[in-house]
Design a protein around this ligand. Sequence first.
Ligand SMILES: NC(=O)CC[C@H](N)C(=O)O
Length: 356
Amino acid sequence: MAGMLSLSSGESFKGEWHGGMSGVQGEIVFFTGMTGYEEVLTDPSYKGQIVVFSYPLIGQYGIQAAHVQSDKIQAAGIVVAALYDGPVEKGAMTLAEFAEDNEVPILSGIDTRSVIQTVREFGTMQAFIGPGHSSPAFWKPMKTNFFSTEATEKAITAIGEGDIHIGLVDFQYKSSILDELLKRNCKVSIIPHTASTENLDALQLDGLLFSNGPGDPAALAPLFPTYRDWAERYPTFGICLGHQVLASAFGAKTTKLAYGHRGANHPVINLKTKKVTMSSQNHSYVVEGASIEKTPLSILYKNVNDGSIEGLLHPSLPITTVQFHPEAAPGPAEHLELFNQFLTVIQQKKKVKIHA
Ligand SMILES: NC(=O)CC[C@H](N)C(=O)O
């Protein structure tokens, strides 16, 4: 069946529609990695977004439970040049089946390179994908706030039985972040992001990891003083939204990039070691460079392509944050070491091993 992608800048692209449902609107973003569609589509940080894959053929290895990052497809829609429809490994679902089960539409046969060029030229915008040649009569306002900051009674759950007890502050974490902790002798308590300090302290945690998450970190502003208090009292690591939230909690500002970083080969430089490494990324927002001066934090990593901030360090407390994704799902694994570094301070104090 025919389908169409309409951009709020006015362009439209005709393709083939897969899915029974009606059209969806979302912020259009593009992912430049050659592999990793399973991780991308199930990563909660892509919530509500229409993801365009730059690699021309998507779906070649199906969907395998070991790679998915949450219980469902989080993206609102999927746009590909060619959708693979051949056989997949035994036990795996095809991408088309997975999308249908999740009621997320796929639009294939799209000149994705042109779409991406348009997004790069005009910047962040809205898109609509739908069956036939329908385009939206009006654009709904873009959703950027995915968090309630009201206190909730949501229970804290514990996973694993390791010797190191980490609180994973949950802004809708990717399962591979949890897995990296579980692999390293951790017991992990999932802390709702609105948990009370009293409940958090009662757990006698050894450290905190602030997770990734969707949307604008500024939506969490009412909780910044609480997060600063937590970070100043526990060894702390922040990933992506977690990094943005911690930087903000210490007084920095965040801003939205023209079209974000989403891919598996974004070079970052460690300003201490001068070493350049490749990183996996998925973000629209960044910490503003000039605003770091108003905080006690110093810059640890910068993006080699555009100079944006990729990581921060506290000068005297064990607090490290990274804008990129050290859990490498998908993408290069060279930053997995950051999980070891985070746990080292704790491990030495508790005299236990991390089985990395
Ligand atoms: N992966 C993430 O945690 C994304 C953080 C934030 N939602 C952004 O887009 O910048």
